[in-house]
Each structure stands twice: as structure tokens, then as C-alpha cells.
Write a protein that binds this ligand. Structure first.
Ligand SMILES: NC(=O)c1ccc[n+]([C@@H]2O[C@H](COP(=O)([O-])OP(=O)(O)OC[C@H]3O[C@@H](n4cnc5c(N)ncnc54)[C@H](OP(=O)(O)O)[C@@H]3O)[C@@H](O)[C@H]2O)c1
Length: 266
């Protein structure tokens, strides 16, 4: 038996992760997101026991609601926490300001930290167990108009590295995935998928779900998805002038794709 909480499970990478985990023998899933109808449909379609908590993760009471659900439905057992829910609203700092930084931090960082705090006692008492934080290649390399998103993911990357070292003695493995462009509802990457020249940059949620499995139950510390995105992170460290030139050059605008948050603020 293996109990997993997956946040952001209503669509995209989270839904693909739930499907991937559901194939493991004895899997029991708790799906978390705001849209109850989508969670119910997914839970009913999975080949394993699955329940859901429909909640806004930025709500004050969200972590305790999820913890109470795991205690009631699974006797407090928790083998895996996948912190995947997240979003991006593009905008340059001069126009979008602190308010945009704040809303990114609230969802992509603070909500992750608060949920992890609430569930850590369950993860420790269920050890060996695992946490997977879904960061981003944008947590290593920042582009124009994504500063607020990158700030939240840089914070998540730093915090995750520290938590990895702290939780090792407690038997809670802390892994991280850093996706590149993945076509999902929230991050459709339409601009890149429309052009033959850039289509190869975009991957699919199932590939990330497999990586989440590798860094969670599989025990790896981190994975870029697809793997070649690691080159961007390495280049940022060893060739920063080159990366700055690329990210301020003519082609750079193509790399800041529109998100669902831009089209219909959520
Ligand atoms: N796709 C990419 O290119 C890419 C690249 C790097 C990193 N990532 C990261 O991957 C993660 C998943 O993104 P995705 O691409 O799968 O996007 P997605 O399809 O938009 O999924 C985002 C998920 O988060 C949930 N969510 C959003 N706000 C929430 C809130 N306030 N409370 C609870 N749940 C909330 C959404 O469900 P509801 O709307 O139902 O709440 C949805 O299930 C994010 O952390 C994202 O930053 C994505």
C-alpha cells in the first residue's frame, strides 16, 4: 500500500502524475485542486482507490483540511507528497509590480511550504517516504516578463535543496523536478508549438509524470524534463554572458510564452 497526495491534480502534469501513480500496485491517491468536478471525474476513472480535496491551496485552512483528510481516510499514513500545483501570470515588473510577485509567491512557494509543514509529521511517521516539488527550469534561468514566476521557483529550488539535506536522517526523501516547456492547460506553449523550428522544445505531461515517479519513489534527487533543459541551467552558471545575450536578443520574446493566467486570469 502506498498513499500519495498530488496537488494540482485536476489537469496537466498533476493529472498525468495521478494516472502514473495509479498504475503502481496498492496505490491510494488523494487528489487536490480547486475544480471539484475535474477531481471527481479523475478519481472515478483511476484504477486505484482515489479521493479528493477540492480546495484553494492559498487559503489559510487548506493545509489542515488536507491533513485531516489523510488522517481520516488513510489513518495518517502518507508515503508521497507531490507539490505540483502552480501557475504563472506574465508581466514585466515595471507594470505588474509587487502584486504579481506576491501572487506567485503565495501559490508557487508559500502554499508548498505550508502544506509540507502540515504533512511532514505524517511523512516522517510513514518513513521511508518522499516529497517531490515541481519547480521549473525557470527556477534556474530567468527570462523577461517571467521574473515573478522565476522568483517563486528559485525560492522553491533553494528551499528544496535544504529540505533534502534536513529530511535525509528522518527517512523522508526530498526530490525535485525542473520541467522545461510542457504543453498543458496552464502553459499551452502555443507560440512554440505553432512553429516547426521550435516545436521540438515542447514536451508532454506524461514525460514529467515519469520523472516525478523517478525522483519520488525512485529516490533520485532531481530531474530536468526533458533532460536537455539541464544544459540551460549549466550554461547560466558557466557562460552567463552568453545566456544574457540570448535572453536579451531578438529571439528571446519567443521564449516567454503566454499562459492561461494571461488569457483568463484565474
Ligand atoms: N507546463 C510547463 O511548461 C511547466 C514548466 C515548468 C514547470 N511547470 C510547473 O508544473 C506545475 C503544474 O503545471 P501544469 O503545467 O500542469 O499547469 P496546469 O495544467 O495549469 O495545472 C496547474 C494545476 O494547479 C492547480 N491550481 C492552480 N491554482 C491553484 C490553487 N490556488 N489551489 C489549488 N490548486 C491550484 C490547477 O487546478 P485548479 O485550477 O482546478 O485549481 C491545476 O490542477 C506548476 O507548478 C508549474 O509551475 C510547468
Amino acid at each position: 500500500m502506498s498513499v500519495a497526495v498530488v496537488t494540482g491534480a485536476s489537469t496537466g502534469i498533476g493529472a498525468a502524475t495521478a494516472a502514473r501513480l495509479s498504475r503502481e500496485p496498492g496505490a491510494e491517491l488523494v487528489l487536490v485542486a480547486r475544480r471539484e468536478e475535474l477531481l471527481r471525474e479523475l478519481a472515478e476513472s483511476l484504477p486505484c482507490r482515489a479521493s479528493y480535496v477540492a480546495v484553494d491551496l492559498t487559503d489559510e485552512a487548506a493545509p489542515e483540511r488536507i491533513r485531516a483528510h489523510v488522517e481520516a481516510e488513510h489513518d495518517g499514513r502518507l508515503d508521497l507528497l507531490v507539490n505540483n500545483a502552480g501557475a504563472s501570470w506574465r508581466g514585466d515588473f515595471g507594470s505588474a509590480g509587487y502584486a504579481n510577485v506576491q501572487r506567485h509567491m503565495e501559490l508557487n512557494f508559500d502554499a508548498v511550504v505550508r502544506l509540507t509543514e502540515a504533512l511532514l509529521p505524517l511523512l516522517r511517521s510513514s518513513a521511508p517516504s518522499a516529497i517531490v516539488n515541481v519547480a521549473s527550469t525557470a527556477g534556474r534561468v530567468a527570462r523577461a516578463r517571467t521574473g515573478a514566476y522565476s522568483a517563486s521557483k528559485f525560492a522553491l529550488v533553494g528551499w528544496t535543496d535544504s529540505l533534502y539535506a534536513e529530511e535525509l536522517p528522518h527517512g523522508v526523501h526530498v526530490g525535485m523536478v525542473l520541467p522545461g516547456f510542457i504543453a498543458t492547460e496552464g502553459f499551452p506553449a502555443t507560440e512554440l508549438r505553432e512553429k516547426a523550428l521550435t516545436r521540438w522544445l515542447v514536451s508532454n505531461p506524461e514525460v514529467v509524470a515519469e520523472a516525478i515517479y523517478e525522483v519520488g519513489p525512485g529516490g533520485k534527487p532531481e530531474r530536468y524534463v526533458p533532460r536537455f533543459y539541464a544544459l540551460a541551467a549549466v550554461a547560466r552558471v558557466v557562460a552567463p554572458r552568453f545566456i544574457r545575450r540570448v535572453l536579451t536578443g531578438g529571439a528571446a520574446a519567443n521564449l516567454t510564452t503566454s499562459t492561461a493566467g494571461d488569457v483568463a486570469p484565474r
